[in-house]
Design a protein around this ligand. Structure first.
Ligand SMILES: NC(=O)c1ccc[n+]([C@@H]2O[C@H](COP(=O)([O-])OP(=O)(O)OC[C@H]3O[C@@H](n4cnc5c(N)ncnc54)[C@H](O)[C@@H]3O)[C@@H](O)[C@H]2O)c1
Length: 238
């Protein structure tokens, strides 16, 4: 990763923060973009990924600051479980906006700056791109959309030398999960019992997969979703 310039969205959050630290340790020059204030050491940019103009300004600012752009990790996201029968249209639209539309806007803004040099994009999806959970219709549909977006952009941008992959975690021990546990949306003991490896993912489990997919070791891997789930999706027993 030495001297590679990587933009990490959602970098003020649990997964994005850990991805930023790990990529910096690997020698990358990391820029962090988030709606919230960024507290890592990396240069921070305020960006709302649901706003295509904000994505474009951020990608341009990163190129201005570092001279180039080699990669994007899209970790920005929200989780708000809600019954589907009563889900307000605005809530549905907001979820799709952040999780799916935003993923496209920031990827497009970055790919435009990597089209001459090549690069790599990693979307953070979820096991919910494959496995249905109740009260998460918009989240699951949007994540499944990003898994397909990963494939489409991978085959389209292969001509520009841009690889596009996704990392899909099961429950990760971050603020997002802590909020869901506190709100009664998630039962931690039930989850641990459902995961063959018997624990939540740590942010570093996710960051390791991201680093691999950005690296030259993954030079011939594109259009793939790599699930970091302790065996959740494989498990089909009781
Ligand atoms: N935590 C989990 O268990 C888990 C599991 C699977 C997938 N994921 C996915 O991983 C990603 C990161 O999750 P996390 O656990 O680090 O959550 P988090 O809440 O700790 O961090 C998310 C970050 O995204 C930022 N963000 C939200 N909306 C934004 C927007 N419109 N523009 C820019 N930034 C925005 C927030 O400010 C926050 O800093 C999300 O896409 C989430 O869906 C999380």
């Amino acid at each position: 990763m030495r001297d590679q310039v990587i933009l990490v969205t959602g970098g003020a959050g649990g997964i994005g923060g850990e991805v930023s630290r790990r990529l910096e340790q690997a020698g990358a020059r990391v820029a962090v973009a988030d709606l919230a204030e960024v507290r890592t050491g990396a240069p921070g940019f305020r960006c709302d990924i649901t706003d295509a103009a904000s994505c474009d300004e951020t990608a341009e600012a990163v190129v201005h600051r570092f001279g180039r752009l080699d990669g994007l990790v899209n970790c920005a996201g929200v989780s708000r479980p809600h019954d589907s029968l009563t889900l307000p249209p605005a809530e549905w639209a907001r979820m799709v906006d952040v999780q799916l539309n935003g993923a496209f806007y920031i990827a497009q803004a970055c790919a435009r700056r990597m089209a001459d040099t090549g690069g790599a994009i990693v979307f953070i999806t979820s096991t919910n791109a494959e496995a249905a959970f109740p009260r998460r219709a918009a989240y699951c549909a949007a994540k499944a959309g990003v898994a397909m977006l990963t494939k489409v952009l991978a085959i389209e941008w292969a001509a520009q030398g841009i690889r596009v992959n996704a990392v899909g975690p099961a429950y990760v021990a971050t603020e997002m999960t802590r909020r869901n546990i506190a709100a009664g949306n998630v039962n931690e003991e039930q989850i641990k019992a459902r995961i063959p490896l018997g624990r939540l993912a740590q942010p570093d489990d996710v960051a390791g997969a991201v680093e691999f997919l950005l690296s030259r070791q993954a030079a011939f891997i594109t259009g793939q979703s790599l699930y970091v789930d302790g065996g959740w999706l494989a498990y089909g027993y009781f």
